[in-house]
Design a protein around this ligand. Structure first.
Ligand SMILES: NC(=O)c1ccc[n+]([C@@H]2O[C@H](COP(=O)([O-])OP(=O)(O)OC[C@H]3O[C@@H](n4cnc5c(N)ncnc54)[C@H](OP(=O)(O)O)[C@@H]3O)[C@@H](O)[C@H]2O)c1
Length: 330
């Protein structure tokens, strides 16, 4: 089978497309014939050796896919060959076939195509966990989302609206903000391309600041967020795409009565599997009811894997990036 292989840490251009032996299903696993595989920012970190989880070399990157169950290993219950699934193998997704453990398999709604299935799990489960469990976002509260055009950012804008918040979407360019407006209709937008986030948030909130801030960017923007958060505010630490892990000034927490709240989806899944499952079911229900509108904006054939990875390194993400592995996009 064809697969994209990482043999040494480096840029996406160093990855190679090779023929590998097909995987076979182990205990409690299924083999999924991959139709589409999505990429997320961490995939780009992983091939450079900069992620918190590094698989042994060589490895096939790609943590989530949409496809059809091709075979089933001993002990796997509840699925059959031919089932259309969204699958989270964790690793190995950029290949024609991948082995997936039972807990990483979910049947997909009839109205969901494979590309959407591939790009759904990571962004929505992260943002829902962040807003629901970690921030306990309430209807009527003001939610500020940074990096709002990117994968997790856009899902946070959508979910914030569904949860009844007044959402301020913030991004680095007018082009990105136009995209977010069309895709998720936030109440307001802020262009922080000039570095002036704090002032603009205060202007839109009559000086009080946002109640909840969703920050996948870190760096200087995080520093400003600590200063434009409302009394009892919650600042959600999602990631550090800016490349700098900021330091938190405890005096600002004291003065603002605010909290910095960590969000780590992988650990949540392990520590609170029932809550994770409940969140996932609620998200799929929201999708089926037409409340969520996942947007695949950039699709590449598998052969163009480097271009797909570079969307993230060039700071060009708008919605989800997907690699089409098989032609049929049922
Ligand atoms: N905590 C968790 O459990 C969890 C789960 C999933 C993902 N994450 C993290 O969430 C972050 C976003 O992931 P994603 O897949 O949504 O990425 P993405 O689609 O690339 O979006 C990231 C956004 O970050 C902003 N950004 C600012 N500086 C950047 C830079 N130097 N390079 C690239 N982007 C930059 C960009 O928006 P602007 O240009 O508008 O600033 C971009 O839209 C990553 O750090 C990822 O590791 C965390």
């Amino acid at each position: 089978m064809k697969a994209v292989l990482c043999k040494a840490y480096g840029p996406a251009e160093d990855l190679v497309l090779e023929q590998l032996d097909e995987p076979s299903a182990g205990e409690n696993e299924a083999i999924v014939a991959v139709h589409a595989a999505s990429l997320n920012f961490p995939d780009g970190l992983q091939i450079q050796g900069k992620y918190q989880f590094q698989p042994p070399m060589p490895f096939v990157p790609g943590s989530e896919v949409g496809g059809v169950i091709d075979s089933i290993g001993p002990g796997l219950e509840g699925f059959a060959v031919g089932d259309r699934v969204m699958a989270i193998p964790g690793i190995g997704g950029l290949a024609e076939k991948v082995a997936v453990r039972a807990e990483g398999l979910r049947r997909i709604p009839d109205n969901m195509d494979f590309a959407t299935a591939a790009g759904f799990a990571m962004v929505y489960t992260t943002s829902y966990y962040a807003l629901k469990q970690r921030a306990q976002l309430q209807p009527g509260e003001t939610l500020l989302v940074l990096g709002a055009s990117g994968g997790v950012g856009l899902s946070a804008v959508e979910l914030g609206r569904v949860m009844g918040a007044r959402v301020i979407a913030a991004a680095s360019s007018d082009e990105k903000l136009d995209f977010v407006r069309r895709a998720a209709a936030p109440a307001e937008v802020i262009n922080y391309g000039d570095g002036e986030l704090k002032e603009k948030v205060k202007e839109l909130t009559a000086g009080r600041g946002a109640d909840v801030i969703y920050d996948p960017v870190g760096g200087d923007l995080f520093d400003q967020c600590c200063r434009c958060i409302n009394w009892n505010g919650r600042l959600l630490v999602i990631g550090f795409t800016s490349g700098r892990i900021p330091e938190y000034k405890a005096n600002l927490a004291l003065l603002k009565g605010s909290a910095m709240v960590g969000v780590f989806l992988g650990r949540f899944k392990k520590e609170e599997p029932a809550a994770y499952e409940a969140n996932f079911s609620e998200l799929l229900n929201m999708y089926e009811q037409g409340k969520l509108n996942p947007l695949i904006t950039q699709t590449f054939p598998l052969e163009r894997f480097a271009d797909a990875f570079n969307v993230f390194t060039k700071r060009q993400a708008m919605g989800k990036v997907v690699l089409q592995v098989r032609d049929e996009q049922a």
